[in-house]
Design a protein around this ligand. Structure first.
Ligand code: OGA
Ligand code: MN
Length: 218
């Protein structure tokens, strides 16, 4: 009898286990083999097709204090088109991850929002949290990097800190790498990039409407 083919697609085996274990043990994880390469490739083609006019300068602050400050962040962002085929497929994978995480970690993740981000040469994003305890419904940050042939001297690393400001991980934004972390637990920053740096950045949210106002704007 022939061996069964290895499962394909969103219900594929143990990568989910690895992600969940590392979220459970350390609150974050870095993986490069979650998504199929052709999907990463098509997301990359997609983001490259968007011209500058699709991107807007990202803002900082919350509530009534939203402002653009180039000394804090210089990335430009574009909310994804959920009717786009590759985005749809990405969201299917994300949904499969959401279900597994909820089943095993009881995080109560409810939905997901995501955007393309472009850091032009020289751009950075100073140390920040993606969510403040009790003030946001962003629970888990998910970043997918879309930068073929990224070199060490290209800079643009994501630096992840613990709550005492010790560096715990420096992540090179290489093609297809994904970083997932608890949004309220890890201060992080993007070091100045020396070439155009692309990513697809998103947040799983919990459905907590009581006392929640606006998320930090992207
Ligand atoms: C963000 C962010 C990190 C990265 O968009 O909030 O921190 O590596 N991005 O792009
Ligand atoms: Mn962030």
């Amino acid at each position: 009898m022939n061996a069964l083919p290895r499962a394909q697609g969103p219900y594929d085996g143990d990568i989910y286990t690895r992600i969940i274990q590392s979220l459970r043990d350390q609150g974050y994880c870095v993986v490069s083999d979650f998504l199929p390469t052709d999907l990463i490739q098509s997301l990359f083609i997609d983001i490259k097709k968007l011209d500058n006019s699709h991107f807007k300068t990202a803002a900082i602050g919350r509530h009534d204090n939203v402002l653009v400050n180039r000394f804090v962040r210089g990335d430009r962002i574009c909310w994804v088109d959920e009717d786009n085929t590759s985005v749809k497929s990405y969201l299917d994978w994300i949904e499969s991850l959401r279900l597994r995480i909820n089943r095993e970690l009881y995080l109560g993740l409810f939905d997901f929002e995501c955007m393309y981000a472009h850091y032009p040469e020289g751009a950075f994003y100073k140390k920040h949290y993606d969510a403040f305890q009790g003030e946001s419904n962003r629970k888990l940050s998910v970043i997918l990097y879309l930068n073929p042939a990224w070199q060490h001297h290209d800079g643009g690393e994501l630096v992840v800190y613990d709550k005492h400001d010790n560096i715990i991980e420096k992540v090179t934004p290489t093609f297809g790498k994904m970083v997932i972390f608890l949004s309220e637990e890890f201060p992080h920053e993007v070091l100045a990039t020396h070439r155009s740096r692309y990513s697809l950045t998103g947040w799983f949210r919990i459905n907590n409407t009581s006392g929640i106002t606006l998320d930090p704007p992207a």
